[in-house]
Design a binder for this molecule. Sequence first.
Ligand code: F0G
Length: 353
Amino acid sequence: MMWKGLLHQYRDYLPVTEKTPMISLNEGNTPLIRLESLSKRFEIDFYVKVEGANPTGSFKDRGMVMAVAKAKEEGSSTIICASTGNTSAAAAAYAARAGLRCMVVIPDGKIAMGKLAQAVMYGAQIFAIQGNFDEALKMVRRLSEVAPITLVNSVNPYRIEGQKTAAFEICDQLGKAPDILAIPVGNAGNITAYWKGFKEYNEKHQTGLPQMRGFEAEGAAAIVRNQVIENPETIATAIRIGNPASWDKAVQAANESNGKIDEVSDGEILEAYKLLARKEGVFAEPASCASIAGVLKQLKSGEITKGSTVVAVLTGNGLKDPNIAMDAADIKPLVLPNDEQILFQHIQGVVHQ
Ligand code: F0G
């Protein structure tokens, strides 16, 4: 059967009515890949949910298809979001698909190049403020209260509804919920959505519940520190957020599931980023790799034990942020003259080593 996207596939679990426009870019149905090498090395059953395989390259498509469909259903002509990049890419794409106007407010200079390219190409109106994500979100929240514009950040409950479908897919792909779900935390909408999804699926299908382990970047670890971070900083720009909107719900997910909100450093994120690409052939953007870094950290600390089934959510595609990749890699192209013999010498030198 052809996959027709989330609204179609999960309509019984979603606020889809007869009037909901069934828009789709065939989002969802993303791969769950077993990390063969790392599973063996750490003696766990280790999987990644590859959300970078979504149409705009991140998990945001799941929430955005629902939020944009409802905006259109309710007669809105314009959507708006604040974004560290991925939300704006998804909003712009689904707005284009649905024939709505899209406005995005981003922190100037702090979003990855691929994401900005997407917003430009999908035709959004882009406002780059000289401030951070938290400040941008505050502004668009206020604006959506006084202007006829639909806010599509994850404070829009339809976003959470759409995003919870990833938990359904994991349960179906594994046959049950994993022991541990590791997930990056920025604005904390996604951890909220996954926990809702696992609970709903468990009620319907007795798939069990994972422990929710959320990971913030150390320089933006508001929840871990239990204080707003005024000037969050991290190489993982997607989660450079100092005052998460769904803070309480993230804490609730961790508490109810016997899990934890933890933090990882930029160094740990970059190590995980490279390890994942080199040892497993999976390229995810830095923020996504906070989940892998978190698993590695908790394996060391003993908070994840051998034999556990662990799923790490890879929230965004590695191609979103080519600049970080080029800076992080120790491998650089070797530039040679246009000469067959010189090329042969170099390559034979390598294979004969
Ligand atoms: N990973 C990636 C790649 C993201 O883009 C985000 C959030 C997160 C993780 C964190 O998810 O906010 O639900 O806790 N990006 C938002 C954006 C903020 O604007 O694209 P969260």
